[in-house]
Design a protein around this ligand. Structure first.
Ligand SMILES: C[S@@+](CC[C@H](N)C(=O)[O-])C[C@H]1O[C@@H](n2cnc3c(N)ncnc32)[C@H](O)[C@@H]1O
Length: 266
């Protein structure tokens, strides 16, 4: 009965939200559903099913809960092209090395994408000149990030030549990141709401698609936090649907308004 109700919710998710449940591990869906059930005061799948039918607005909250850790290599390729073509060369010309923060890195795909592009810019033998602090609040996704093993489906946007150069295909068909990528990245747990920067005088912060549950005030605090973490002239890369609120927009000037890249003022 419980399982029938769970299956009915999955069918409803597929039909209403167009999210394919088979792309996720079952335990993941159960975990996310449980968090929404708790928030909406439902003890059973049956009760949540009824709640969903009676409160259509719950669907959007469920969508957010299901996609909270969603990420991929080269998410929004144009942004990463810009980072590779303009931002990395500018930083290296001015400072000779590069330190960046990938904040809200989830299971590591964004941090490894940045590491691939850094290895391409610097050359594999010079990657010691780059450090990526990659942080997330969620220990479970961080464990996967540290493992650095991915299904080929996660790599569909990465050019074939780069996959061969920077990842190894294992016997089980999965791809593992090569040691030169790992050596650039320091993964750690960090809560962005604490207001503490992971480091200072950073050359770039990439914080993309993280603020979905943040209030306006929390988003503004986050902008202030990144301002304090960056060196003057350092780059702040946001998600494509995110924006700088008026209260804090004096802290940065726009470098590219379409790709949401900003430069620290002062
Ligand atoms: C949708 S993923 C985005 C991953 C990646 N940045 C990307 O754009 O593909 C959002 C991540 O932000 C993390 N996150 C949410 N709130 C956070 C907080 N207060 N501090 C640190 N990480 C947080 C979540 O755990 C999740 O892994």
């Amino acid at each position: 009965m419980e399982n029938d109700d769970f299956d009915a919710i999955k069918r409803l998710i597929e039909k209403t939200l167009h999210i394919k449940c088979q792309n996720y591990k079952e335990a993941y869906i159960r975990r996310r559903l449980l968090s929404r059930m708790r928030s909406s005061g439902c003890d059973t799948y049956d009760a949540y099913l009824r709640y969903l039918r009676e409160n259509p607005a719950e669907f959007e909250l469920l969508r957010n809960a299901l996609t909270i850790n969603v990420t991929e290599f080269y998410r929004d390729p144009e942004v990463f092209d810009l980072v590779h073509r303009e931002l990395f060369p500018t930083i290296l010309k001015n400072r000779g090395r590069i330190r960046l923060w990938c904040a809200g890195c989830s299971s590591g795909e964004e941090a490894y994408t940045l590491a691939i592009l850094l290895a391409e810019t610097l050359g594999i033998s010079n990657t010691r000149n780059a450090t990526i602090y990659a942080t997330d609040i969620d220990e479970m996704v961080l464990a996967r990030a540290k493992e650095g093993v991915y299904d080929p489906k996660a790599l569909t946007k990465v050019p074939e030549a780069l996959v061969r150069k920077h990842l190894i295909r294992r016997e089980d068909g999965l791809f593992e990141v090569r040691p030169h990528l790992r050596s650039m990245i320091r993964f750690s747990r960090h809560d962005l709401m604490t207001g503490q920067p992971i480091a200072r005088y950073l050359d770039m912060v990439s914080c993309r698609n993280v603020t979905i549950y943040f209030t306006e005030e929390q988003k503004n605090d986050l902008t202030r936090l990144f301002h304090s973490a960056l060196t003057p002239g350092g780059f702040y890369v946001m998600g494509k649907t995110e924006y700088l609120a008026r209260e804090v927009d004096h802290l940065f000037r726009t470098h590219n308004s379409v790709q949401k890249v900003f430069i620290r003022e002062g």
